[in-house]
Design a protein around this ligand. Structure first.
Ligand SMILES: CC(C)(COP(=O)(O)OP(=O)(O)OC[C@H]1O[C@@H](n2cnc3c(N)ncnc32)[C@H](O)[C@@H]1OP(=O)(O)O)[C@@H](O)C(=O)NCCC(=O)NCCS
Length: 309
């Protein structure tokens, strides 16, 4: 027996139960199975637009939460994600985790429509055909696919170019120019302002030494910015942002700067590197494949503007 509940307002005990569920899965899986944005909304008790749909297993003495779908307001409409206990946790007689996830996503989308609708983006890891079909039934289209790629460290090759650490307050404007030029067509990584950069430089994880710059004749030509996730198991060293001035593309700098980032991570004792790249960014995907990165998972975003039923 399974019970499905729709929660539009979280009571403190609901909130604690859902936070505990995510924490429990994070401890088992080595990483939190919910994006930062949704996690912060959940911990904060759910801002306007919040909806959670939960599935609770009623067999046995104590009811047990087995899955949750969460809708949270974002910059552009709302974001939906679903978290389930892994398959092995459910006995054969019950629907598998994938079926539960689909069921909760369907219910959450309906609940969002009944709230008045609007723009919704559903993020799914390694989407199956069934996910694509459900998205299509709701009028959502695949808008973006993001690969997480990984490789072990150290890399057998070290970078052949000399780089130096970013100096906050000195390199900001030259860096913004190169970044915005290189990412002109790349959504959220382009169009950064001094304020966007200042915000990132103030993050607790920021380490100027892991933010490598490459200059030639006193001109900044590219960079590789790394971020260490010490809280993950294994700890991961992310290539957080990398770019080469478009005027210097195709000369091998992308490869050397990626290696400079990997060197910096390996020199800090990190044994696994990861990065996120748009599946449509063929130059970058090819570059990473050639450096021995493999796709670890693909996050897909299905989006659309949904009307009230
Ligand atoms: C991705 C980027 C850093 C590559 O820099 P680059 O200096 O031009 O790349 P390199 O000259 O070192 O090329 C390395 C490999 O990348 C691939 N590559 C580079 N440009 C490519 C292109 N336009 N099309 C296909 N593959 C390309 C090739 O596999 C190349 O290896 P090969 O020459 O042996 O085939 C650069 O295109 C860039 O700054 N893009 C904008 C920012 C960006 O997308 N960053 C990555 C975000 S995850």
């Amino acid at each position: 027996m399974r019970r499905v509940d729709i929660l539009r307002h979280l009571r403190p005990d609901d909130r604690d139960q859902l936070v505990g569920f995510i924490d429990e899965l994070a401890a088992v899986q080595g990483a939190r199975p919910l994006s930062d944005h949704l996690w912060l909304d959940l911990v904060g008790g759910g801002a306007a637009g919040f909806v959670a749909v939960t599935a609770t297993e009623l067999a046995g003495d104590t009811p047990r939460l087995i899955a949750m779908a969460q809708v949270s307001a974002a910059n552009d409409g709302v974001v939906l994600e679903v978290v389930t206990r892994p398959d092995g946790d459910l006995t054969d007689a019950r629907p598998d985790a994938a079926a539960v996830a689909l069921d909760l996503a369907d219910t959450a989308i309906d609940a969002f429509r009944r709230n008045g609708g609007g723009r919704l983006t559903w993020w799914v890891d390694d989407a199956t055909d069934a996910v694509g079909e459900l998205a299509a039934e709701h009028g959502l289209v695949l808008e973006r696919s993001l690969h997480e790629m990984r490789r072990p460290l150290p890399h057998p090759d070290r970078s052949a170019v000399a780089t130096r650490a970013f100096v906050p307050g000195v390199d900001d404007s030259a860096w913004l120019t190169i970044n915005n030029r290189a990412f002109a067509d790349h959504g959220e990584q382009g169009g950064w302002t001094a304020a966007t950069l200042a915000q990132r430089l103030a993050e607790p994880w920021f380490d100027a030494d892991g933010f490598r710059l490459y200059e030639a004749d006193g001109q900044l030509l590219g960079f590789c910015w790394t971020k260490v996730h010490a809280e993950l198991r294994p700890p991961l060293g992310e290539i957080y942002a990398i770019a080469v001035d478009p005027a210097a593309h195709g000369r091998g700098l992308g490869r050397e700067l990626t290696l400079a980032g990997l060197d910096s991570l390996a020199d800090r004792g990190v044994t696994h590197a990861n990065l996120y790249v748009d599946a449509a960014n063929t130059a970058a995907v090819r570059l990473y494949h050639r450096l021995g990165f493999a796709v670890h998972r693909t996050r897909s975003a299905y989006s659309g503007r949904l009307g009230a039923p």
